[in-house]
Ligand binder design. Sequence first.
Ligand SMILES: Cc1cc2nc3c(=O)[nH]c(=O)nc-3n(C[C@H](O)[C@H](O)[C@H](O)COP(=O)(O)OP(=O)(O)OC[C@H]3O[C@@H](n4cnc5c(N)ncnc54)[C@H](O)[C@@H]3O)c2cc1C
Length: 451
Amino acid sequence: MSQVLPDDASPVHDLIGIGFGPSNVAMAIALSEHNARVGGQEAITAHFFEQQPCFGWHRGMLIDDATMQVSFLKDLVTLRNPTSEFSFLCYLKSKDRLIDFINHKNLFPLRVEFHDYFEWAAAKVDGMVSYGHEVVGVAPVVRDGAVEHLEVTVRSGEGLAVHRARNLVIGTGLRPLMPEGVERGDRVWHNSELLAKVDELEDASPSRFIVVGAGQSAAENVAYLHRRFPRAEVCAVFSRYGYSPADDSSFANRIFDPAAVDEYYAAPDDVKRRLMDYHGNTNYSVVDIDLIDDLYRQMYQEKVLGTERLRFVNVSRLTGVKETPDKVSATVKSLVTGEESSLDADVVVFATGYSPADPIGLLGEVADRCLRDEEGRVHVERDYRIATDPGLRCGIYLQGGTEHTHGITSSLLSNTAIRVGEILDSLLDRGVKSASDEARPVADGIASTAR
Ligand SMILES: Cc1cc2nc3c(=O)[nH]c(=O)nc-3n(C[C@H](O)[C@H](O)[C@H](O)COP(=O)(O)OP(=O)(O)OC[C@H]3O[C@@H](n4cnc5c(N)ncnc54)[C@H](O)[C@@H]3O)c2cc1C
């Protein structure tokens, strides 16, 4: 694979963004609004790299009736700039659906609709991103004993290219989590690939699915597979007694407020832990109460009619899974009796959650300059910038992977608009441009060497 090295004439971007999910789309919007305001030499030059061939937000889970778990007012911009032309309301207006949405009296749009909104917003800042470009490494460029800028290696269909930046913003999102020792296969899926895989089964007339897990994604998978395959049995296996409802009550919802980030950040570690214990049920391993009620109603109706297809195998764990060309054999252990039983299925879906992508896994030797706490977690300043040794003059900002410092909104949409505003302020406060750049024309910085 050919590698293009930057020459000294190639621009040093003020900021390179890794990933172009909602977090970095919001960042690009904040930058473009800033640049439109200040113009000329004060404009911040930035470029983003996204590995997917086009914009995509959890496409495998765009189930047609699934709704957002966050108010549409927590879109990419409104909390930071309620007059922004990138808001969900402006999107609705452009689609001629504003009045219909208002009549719907609903804060929580369909997930497919919010995906369309994200795509619409991302298309408006298309010039700032290269799709089909995966960042594969970061290296320091040292001058006079200090790291002056970073070289970012990007892989695309054209080979490898190196781009230079004074600051990075890493928004690489979540990774699907499988139980230890379980490999994905044709019949063993993670829920993140549900819609991509399910079409292949259409002609196979599946007779049984097993869905492992008790969170929102698990419940959505159970409901979807039950509806989509009217002749198949769907067995939900989980260690709880039953699904637990998400706490979306008004007081608890304040844990997602911008002010909660300040308080969480300032709190001692034991208080941080306690807050997560108290309010983890606003987000983790919980299900919307309406969906719980629907599933129960369905199960009961089938019981009455003698047509049972929905089975809930509770207080149980799936302890083994063996895939063969025409089925999967699962072993299910009762946590009450310890008894193991086997259950064959056409497919097992693991709705076993996600973990944040390792934020500094891409940083190579630059990672050695990032400070860590006693538990080995990366030390992040309030402005989302990784604390580094003083020899690193570049800023490395995190969007995601900061739950231990900034709280539960780290990987969620709730605070995205505010967070990108804070990162922008930090870039400006810390002097995003070096003195030698002041005469540099803006257009140079925006151009990417590989698009
Ligand atoms: C099914 C589902 C539904 C959800 N619904 C909600 C909700 O309703 N409300 C809410 O607040 N949160 C929700 N979430 C949480 C979710 O984390 C956020 O919605 C959102 O995706 C966070 O955006 P992000 O840009 O930080 O990460 P992501 O959306 O994961 O985007 C990261 C991007 O980085 C790209 N990338 C990764 N590595 C590289 C690399 N090396 N080079 C280039 N590109 C790279 C990826 O391809 C991806 O496009 C949901 C999560 C899931 C899985």
